[in-house]
Design a protein around this ligand. Structure first.
Ligand SMILES: Nc1nc2c(ncn2[C@@H]2O[C@H](COP(=O)(O)OP(=O)(O)OP(=O)(O)O)[C@@H](O)[C@H]2O)c(=O)[nH]1
Ligand SMILES: [Mg+2]
Ligand SMILES: [Zn+2]
Length: 317
């Protein structure tokens, strides 16, 4: 094993176990470095090889113990137990995942939205939906569906500072992450709520000219009102094909509006796709469950049928 020489402030070589330790929060990960906030200091840290051996790597949002080296550097010594974690966006310990969805350009991709929501539900992260660019199109056809399904829904126009105060309030005291398509307006919304952040944003046409994303890495920002919020790089629909795998038997529990009906189907083990006497389908037919949500469920169910057990084991979900 490669010998690691640790030096203290006086440049004396000291043993790893004797290095001072701190606890902190990973707020950013880029170029192999993890930035760990502990009190007022942000330490630039590397992860120890031991994580790779165990097939885990630290995530933004992880609470960690670090060994402190001089010059506000250090390395991550231990990752504390996670409350939850997401593959995309790669984050741990979230209270809520905010889907930022533009109602104009780019237009909403319902299946992708419903996948993200389902994965958040599975991980116990509260999904919240924010429709942006409401100056360009009416959000109502979309917001009605998600309100009816039981989600908190916001409608904003960041450029005109409309509806954004409500989003601000909803972030208070919580750990949240913004996610959604590239160009949906995540950074614009954050800038409107917290002008001090002055994150870069770009027009979609310019994005195409020089690559997809304006935001390049996931970063947690501390809020003056308490709590943290992450901006994340947007994704394209193709990247969203796999946001995490949900077993077909578990999928029904990731659609919260199905819950009142799950025990009322005629057959046990009902897949809620096309069976006779299915209480979920009845609720879809009488308009209680939004049709588009059920359609997403069916598509995800079909996909889940194709998943091999070894893939599920590999992804550890
Ligand atoms: N008309 C209108 N345009 C908006 C609104 N919000 C954002 N935009 C525009 O949408 C474009 C993309 O916004 P960004 O904030 O960079 O989008 P993003 O989601 O952060 O994109 P990535 O960082 O690539 O993931 C910019 O040109 C913004 O000015 C809005 O409420 N109305
Ligand atoms: Mg951005
Ligand atoms: Zn059923």
């Amino acid at each position: 094993m490669k010998e690691r020489k640790n030096k203290n402030e006086q440049n004396e070589i000291i043993e790893e176990k004797d290095l001072p330790k701190e606890e902190g929060l990973i707020i950013k990960a880029t170029g192999g470095f993890y930035y760990v906030r502990s009190g007022e200091i942000t330490y630039e840290c590397r992860a120890r090889g031991v994580f790779r051996k165990h097939d885990t790597s630290p995530l933004v949002g992880d609470k960690v113990t670090i060994s402190v080296l001089p010059d506000e550097k250090g390395y991550i010594h231990a990752i504390h137990e996670r409350k939850n974690s997401l593959v995309r966006p790669p984050l741990a310990n979230l209270d809520q995942l905010i889907m930022v969805v533009s109602v104009a350009e780019p237009v909403p991709n319902i299946l992708v939205m419903d996948k993200l929501i389902a994965v958040a539900e599975q991980q116990g992260v509260e999904p919240v939906i924010v429709f942006t660019k409401c100056d360009l199109a009416d959000p109502k056809p979309y917001s009605d569906v998600y309100r009816k399904a039981g989600f908190r829904v916001y409608e904003v126009c960041s450029l005109e500072h409309k509806g954004t105060d409500e989003v601000h309030d909803m972030l208070k005291g919580r750990i949240s992450a913004f996610c959604g398509n590239s160009g949906a307006g995540k950074s614009s919304l954050l800038n409107d709520i917290f002008p001090k952040l002055s994150l870069s944003t770009a027009e979609i046409s310019k994005k195409l000219g020089r690559g997809r994303h304006t935001t390049r890495h996931t970063e947690l920002f501390e809020l003056e009102t308490g709590g943290w919020v992450a901006d994340t790089p947007g994704f394209s629909a193709i990247e969203m094909e796999r946001v995490g795998i949900i077993r077909k038997t578990e999928l029904q529990y990731c659609f919260r509006e199905f819950e009142p009906y799950l025990l009322k189907c005629r057959f046990t083990g009902c897949s809620h796709v096309s069976e006779k006497g299915c209480a979920v389908l009845e609720a879809v037919n009488d308009g209680t469950i939004p049709e588009s949500r059920h359609k997403s469920y069916c598509m995800m169910y079909e996909e889940a049928k194709q998943i091999k057990e070894w893939e599920l084991d590999k992804e550890n979900v």
